[in-house]
Design a protein around this ligand. Structure first.
Ligand code: KIV
Length: 277
């Protein structure tokens, strides 16, 4: 049965960990749903792992919408969260219009946006309008340049305290879930204990209320780089290349198509067509 917002809070209260995985299209969404993952994120990481951009910054609303629709068609019974692309929530009006589109046109159940205290007015406006919001603090890839690159955040006293404040501000503004990316486990643990809403970690240690990873990372489908926090559960990219090489060889050697892949006329039709030559 599809999990809903109150279920995630109940899971936290019961000490049941929440699993979240990204998906970007119809088949990946089907597989994630079949695996029983609690919730799907249509992450803007799709810009890098699916569309080949160098960062998540170029991802557009149309791209996220296109992929969210496909995910919704593949996973009809899973709670789907759609990422809001960079600059799509730069003002309250923009955020309301774009988040509304992700729910109305994309079929998402909630939206995720990056930022802490600085995005409180946006989170307030969205939640007041009835749009469920997931926060995202720590390493926020859309603004990684401002953070000094793709680095672990919250390592010193001031930035650790700021992360705690960001978490509290997001909860007070109405977020129902917060992603904690690339922060020390002790800071993530403190935020998780502090908040009533669940935290979902990625590179934030075991003390979060759940974990999220990127579909292509855990299956070995993206090999440009591999962050320390990724655990790869399969090497499907390598297996795919082997299969594709087999196809290539069999075409060259005329082993494919074999008779079981071929349509043939019956003897009777052949005789009528061509006679007894
Ligand atoms: O875009 C994404 O996939 C994300 C996760 C890594 C949390 O934001």
């Amino acid at each position: 049965m599809k999990k809903m917002i109150p279920d995630f809070v109940k899971m936290k209260q019961a000490g049941e960990k929440i699993s979240m995985l990204t998906a970007y299209d119809y088949p990946s969404a089907q597989w994630v749903e079949e695996a029983g993952i609690d919730t799907i994120l249509v992450g803007d990481s799709l810009g890098m792992v699916v569309l080949g951009y160098d960062s998540t910054v170029p991802v557009t609303m149309e791209e996220i919408l296109h992929h969210t629709k496909a995910v919704r068609r593949g996973a009809t019974k899973t709670f789907v969260i759609a990422d809001m692309p960079f600059m799509s929530y730069a003002s309250v009006d923009l955020a309301l219009m774009n988040a509304g589109r992700l729910l109305k046109e994309g079929g998402a159940d909630a939206v995720k946006l990056e930022g802490g205290v600085n995005v409180v007015p946006i989170v307030l406006a969205l939640t007041r309008a009835g749009i469920p919001v997931v926060g995202h603090i720590g390493l926020t890839p859309q603004t990684a340049n401002q953070l000094g690159g793709f680095k672990v955040q919250g390592r010193d006293i001031d930035s650790a305290k700021q992360l705690v404040k960001d978490g509290q501000a997001l909860e007070q503004a109405g977020a129902f879930l917060i992603v904690l990316e690339a922060i020390p486990r002790q800071v993530a643990g403190q935020i998780s204990t502090d908040l009533t809403i669940p935290t979902i970690g990625i590179g934030a240690g075991l003390d979060c209320d759940g974990q999220v990873l990127v579909f292509h990372d855990i299956l070995g489908l993206f090999e440009r780089f591999k962050p320390k926090f990724v655990k790869q559960y399969a090497s499907l990219g390598k297996e795919a290349v082997l299969a594709l090489q087999d196809f290539h060889k069999e075409v060259k050697s005329s082993q494919f198509p074999a008779s079981e892949h071929t349509f043939a006329l019956s003897d009777e039709v052949i005789e009528k067509l061509y006679g007894n030559k």
